[in-house]
Design a protein around this ligand. Sequence first.
Ligand code: NAD
Ligand code: IPM
Ligand code: MN
Length: 369
Amino acid sequence: PANKKLLVLPGDGIGPEVMREVLRVIDWLDRRRKVTFDLEEGLVGGAAIDAEGAPISDATLAKARAADAVLFGSVGGPKWDGLPFEKRPELGILRLRKELGLFANLRPAIVLDALADASSLKKELVRGLDIMIVRESTGGIYFGEPRGIETMPDGRRRGVDTEVYTEDEIARVARIAFELARKRGNKLCSVDKANVMQSGRLWRAVVGEIGRSEFPEVELTHMYADNCAMQLASRPKQFDVIVASNLFGDLLSDLAAALTGSLGMLPSATLGAPDSAGRRHALYEPVHGSAPDIAGKGIANPCAQILSFAMLLRWSFGLEEEARLVERAVERVLAGGLRTADIMQPGMARVGTTVMGEAVVRELEKLAA
Ligand code: NAD
Ligand code: IPM
Ligand code: MN
């Protein structure tokens, strides 16, 4: 069926560079597997600000809503850092998440055998690591009101952000995390600061209630977010699935990236609630940003973007076999010794973005032969 509607939003910085390599994979699937997408491209972030005057236009948002899935690159960069808050490129991704109701951001962190030496931790601590961070992504301090910089009566300024969670927001992301845990190692660790935050107290209570009433077979633990950061950096293999608020999940997933070797390796899927027909909005994006420090040099690692596309194949289209093909192709390229600069190790061959992408397609070709 040729009606898989995909909206591709490359964005800024290395976004378009790594997206080009996914397009190669999409082209291969079309030619060799008869898996065909109805592709449309749009602007987001700084690119959209420059061309359309806003970090995401209403027209692009409408296209995202109409698509079966959105493949997102990354947004932001020094060129737009001086803009007023409401005009910043980052608002592009925040609006997409919020307006499409994409509340569950799944961020797997897997240490591939070939990259165990590239980890920030000793090999013994990370070999075989496979964790899933479920980050709440439409609530919490990212969206809570009141927020802003205001001037107080004495003329001095104060900055305000508000962490708010309703019990329904906590329950729905908790259910996603419990369901994932049930399919994996049956262990869920819920992260909060229930010792200092009211929203954290509610978070812990609600996750506990959902666990007891709906998922009694899943082993649930609670951990304070600061301790979780320390535990991830010292004994990461104790974790299976982690569920956390928007902000804590953001921080912990960048930390998890360091364990796997590089931010350039980590994909993610951001899912909404299924409708009555079982269809859900979904957006796929690497955990990393636009990497202004290496943009334009052709050296960015395209693996996170390619692996995000593999998640898209699995989660939005049920194409498990194709998803695994893409994941295995990436693994084999790395096992074969090719490395972008971010995961470079002694004795390996250093390559740029394009050579890496081409190598993935070559491995796909071999795997499918
Ligand atoms: P970043 O993730 O862009 O980069 C952090 C570091 O990781 C940099 O040293 C970068 O070179 C490296 N890196 C990231 N991706 C890489 C890849 N694929 N290959 C090799 N190295 C890679 O984070 P930052 O520098 O804090 O932010 C830069 C801009 O990106 C900011 O404007 C920020 O707001 C934005 N950002 C956007 C997203 C998104 O679009 N989802 C995510 C994070 C940050
Ligand atoms: C991410 C990014 C975004 C976030 C920014 C760019 C808004 O850091 O996707 O992890 O904080 O959610
Ligand atoms: Mn982040």
